[in-house]
Design a protein around this ligand. Sequence first.
Ligand SMILES: [Zn+2]
Length: 477
Amino acid sequence: MSYETVIGLEVHLQLKTATKAFCGCSTTFGRKPNSQTCPVCLGFPGSMPVLNEEAFLFAVKVALALNCKIQDLIKFDRKNYYYPDLPKNFQISQYDMPLSYSGFLDIFGRDNTKKRIEIKRVHLEEDAGKLIHQGCDNSSLVDFNRSGMPLLEIVTEPDIDSPQDAYAYLIKLKSILEYLKVSDCDMEKGSLRCDANISVRKSGERNLGTKVELKNMNTFKGVRVALEYEVKRQISLVESKENVAQETRLWDAQKEVTISMRSKEEAEDYRYFPEPDLVPFVVDKSVIEKIRQSLPELPEAKSLRLVKEFGISEYDAGVLTSQQELADYFEACAKLYPDRKVIANWMMGDIMSQLNLRNISINELRLFPDGLAGLLKMVDTGIISGKMAKSVLAEAIETGFGPEELVKKKALSQISDAAKIEEIMKVVLEREAKTVKDYKLGKKTAFTFLVGQIMKETKGRANPAIVNELLKKRLEQ
Ligand SMILES: [Zn+2]
């Protein structure tokens, strides 16, 4: 029996505004607990929320970048529930008239075909406080600095049919969000969080299976592995004719299992009703258009342009535009060096591996575009070999010196002078007289050995093409 998987994702994104969503408290991360609070975000009776304009503009930016329609009349609602980190017993959110709806995001799915993931809605809400379970005597502490921070909820339709595609969607979404510069998108700090809904059904069946909500995945890889686990768990329940319970399950990253947390609430359980302190409002079309015009060139458009303008492959363009800073670096190099495929190869090879090795971003790299262009030009003109260029690149990144400066300083330059090479060759051939004899008797591998000996003698600095040419000439005399 084969099964289909149905996944929907809910991403929560903390917006990088200076102040909270409905009050003037600061949003700076890591301050002393409860030092950034006021009657509004603590939920004192009679305090009145005021919508933060910056948060609203950021939200519209994201909605437009995800191809959503902006609602004509926008309304905030109260989502009622009790939790110790939510002192007013409700969260200001959006229910039936969210900021935006009906968007989409195109991804390259698991079989490398383009897939469109429909986005149901992007809405604005406020974050709750944070419980810290490390008080004395097993008590918990609560920090309200996060209470009232602006959060975007980005919800897909149950449109994703595999954990791999869920992963591809999250990577693409994060890349777009980073381009927009509306959030630091840092999963470790909790500014980007993802929950997933997942169900399975027998292939061809029309009704959806019972869905389970997954929480507590702290990395995108964690989302993928948790979903993979859950697909197996649900299929085995169905196979053994047991019920899949509708519930919320927590991912335990250590044990790599999901654990039942609570039965899942339905929207009705929250008793949504309109937030009486924030009136519904209409946004002028011209304001929306202005925000649309201000959107940066997004990864997909940039990727297409790089392919067209610089002739690099679609794959390379996809990797280079996954981060705006990488694409900027590439374009800066492309202005200084004519062979763009070579630039792409170096960036995706040696430079990326240096970034990974050092766990830094390209902005922190101590090799600037002019340095890389200079290095590539030295290879072209034969001043250094390709192999030498690799070690110069690593040293430039390590020391912060420019590649040209390093080559000059260490007299690293390649020996291309024929007379000098002949001189070294003479010494080597005298020493290796037996190998020369073997070569003349027909042992062709002896040639490679002799080239190797000459390269060794020059510490790898001889121009290999010239060595080959001269050695051939000499042995054939
Ligand atoms: Zn406040």
